[in-house]
Design a protein around this ligand. Structure first.
Ligand SMILES: [Mn+2]
Length: 268
């Protein structure tokens, strides 16, 4: 990934999915397209032949997406393809005579030194930066809405019986609203995309401790193992995307807003 001004990062993703200890089918899906700067996790809803079909529509929509040259065009193209997948799900649900054929989505796009995260539903993106893990998405779920409204404390939310009820997804209505968060990458950033099969089974503190481990290749299996040992009540999908300075270069952000220093002291 090289920005027009020469700043460069190596962005690398690893992911894995597991059906868990209880469910008979895996309705989660994932897509890694490093050459396109695109990483995606989706959690299908609707049972066998519906939920897995729905989340696979999102993979299909994004896996052959041409990559336009500018970040706004990449974003517009991804949104258009997610909207098309949404319509296919809505049509299929109507053909089936009702019932749910839906999916969450959380999509990370990287272009140059910038990232954008799009989502609908309760699949999450966390960012580990400078040793601190932050959830950068905000769940579209009944329990989160109650917390936001002050009707539930975070402690009560952990015991809330309808924690699986989501308030937004692809496949529910002809128009889908995607939320978005964007920012600038820093060397050492680690993003975690995951379905609720991880985040509802494993505490944020435990996820953060695992995410801090240095061995990136083993992170998906470590995170999934934590969800399974906590009961594995749901399908679990995890993807870790890391951002490193390109070997040989040192990229040091100076004061905020100042030019970055790269390579052998060159200011670009
Ligand atoms: Mn799930």
């Amino acid at each position: 990934m090289t920005a027009p001004n020469g700043e460069a990062f190596r962005v690398h993703g690893v992911g894995a999915t597991h059906q868990g200890m209880v469910r008979k089918h895996n309705e989660d899906n994932l897509l890694l397209r490093p050459e396109a700067g695109l990483w995606m996790v989706a959690d299908g809803v609707g049972g066998a032949q519906a939920g897995d079909w729905a989340s696979a529509q999102i993979v299909d929509a994004l896996q052959d997406m041409p990559v336009p040259p500018t970040a706004p065009e990449v974003l517009a193209s991804a949104v258009a393809r997610l909207e098309a997948a949404n319509l296919r799900m809505v049509s299929r649900a109507a053909e089936r005579g009702g019932g749910m054929t839906a999916s969450t989505v959380v999509l990370l796009l990287v272009h140059g030194v910038h990232y954008t995260c799009l989502w609908a539903g309760d699949s999450r993106c966390y960012l580990l930066r400078d040793g601190v893990m932050t959830q950068i998405t905000h769940d579209h779920s009944e329990v989160q809405e109650l917390v936001d409204a002050g009707a539930l404390s975070p402690e009560e939310a952990e015991r809330y019986p309808r924690a699986n009820v989501i308030t937004r997804a692809l496949g529910v209505a002809p128009r889908v609203q995607l939320d978005r968060v964007a920012g600038r990458l820093q060397p050492g950033d680690r993003f975690l995309l995951c379905t609720d099969g991880l985040s509802r089974m494993v505490s944020d503190a435990e996820i953060a401790a695992l995410l801090t481990e240095s061995d990136i290749a083993s992170l998906p299996s470590s995170l999934i193992a934590a969800a399974l040992s906590a009961g594995g009540h749901d399908n679990v999908t995890v993807m870790v995307v890391t951002c490193e300075a390109v070997a040989g270069d040192t990229i040091t952000p100076a004061a905020p807003g100042a030019p970055w220093v790269t390579g052998a002291g060159d200011v670009r």
